[in-house]
Design a protein around this ligand. Sequence first.
Ligand SMILES: [Zn+2]
Length: 376
Amino acid sequence: MNRPLIVFQSDDWGTQRIPSGIESKIQFDYLNEFLQFDTLEDKDDLDNLKWEVENIATQICKPVNFTLNIVSGNPNFSKIRANDFQKYFVQDLDQSYSYYGFNQAQIKVQWFHISNSASFDLQFHSREHVNSQLWLKALQKRDQMTEAAFDLGFWGLSTNYTRTSHKSFMATWDEKPMETDELNFKEGIKLFKDYFNIKPISFVPNNYIFPIGNIKFVEKNEIKSIQGREYLIQPQKSKFFRFRRKVPRKMGNIEIGSNSLISIVRNVQFEPSKDLFSNKHNESFTPQIDLAMNQINLAIMKGLPAVIDTHRVNYVGGRNEQNRDYGLQQLRKLVEMNRSTLMRLSNPIGLLHWVRILTNLKIKFHNILVRNMRQP
Ligand SMILES: [Zn+2]
């Protein structure tokens, strides 16, 4: 019996983009749903998501696989200021939650429950979500908006600065590779392990940008798979040369530049916050759930797992509670619409031995993965 797989992969947990209550202190453009709704998760957000996902799984009597990809630190604002914006310093998650006024002990307990839940996997996104080189450059030049946000303890604005340089503060790896890259990556993994007491085995680069030359140190850190879209985007070569090389990726293949990393390719986008954003700004839109259903059906028709890209923004209510309620309600609806096709895909560590055998036999791992998925 064919039974396709549906999994959720959600990025950005742990990072602060825009703190709640900031809107009255700084004027910025609400260019998209992230700028409108995204913020660091609080205990209630984690509580609600865990309850909802586990409850859906119980109701449909099928496991739901929700991977939360973690940013394991945030900028240490006081140290960066004390060093006159010359050097980047990180604060870990405990420090971050306290810095933004949350009860870090309660949040840690909630994360512990989530990491022990059969419905969730915690994996690695990055040490920080900010492009520290680009951000520090803007601060050194005393860019007004960037510094105003800094003074309020955040960096997640789409400022004139980033728009004119055609780069985003979000894309950590969108710079020439540096000698410190490997150490920073390793430190990110260490912060993750220290906080969650588990080892990540899967990684998704910020904004899907990651230099191929750095893939080797991802392997060295015992990561087994890379999540992302159909391309791995290479950093911009220079500010005058805006073309970016896109390296194609295919589900289940070995990642280019690596010997063992399995590519997991997201082929569905589900961002219900976009509906609310469009509604708020009187833009016409097709609901995300309809778009996602079309993409899921297409994936299933091709015999591929439906790997759903769904960011943290949809499930946090710190800046707008309606945003979280709507995100969870749409999530429930989407799962219910797919209940007959839902199955669990755990991170493919158990399938890794196949990779070596099949690579030796020169059989594409992809074919086997698809065949495995078709087992009941
Ligand atoms: Zn991200």
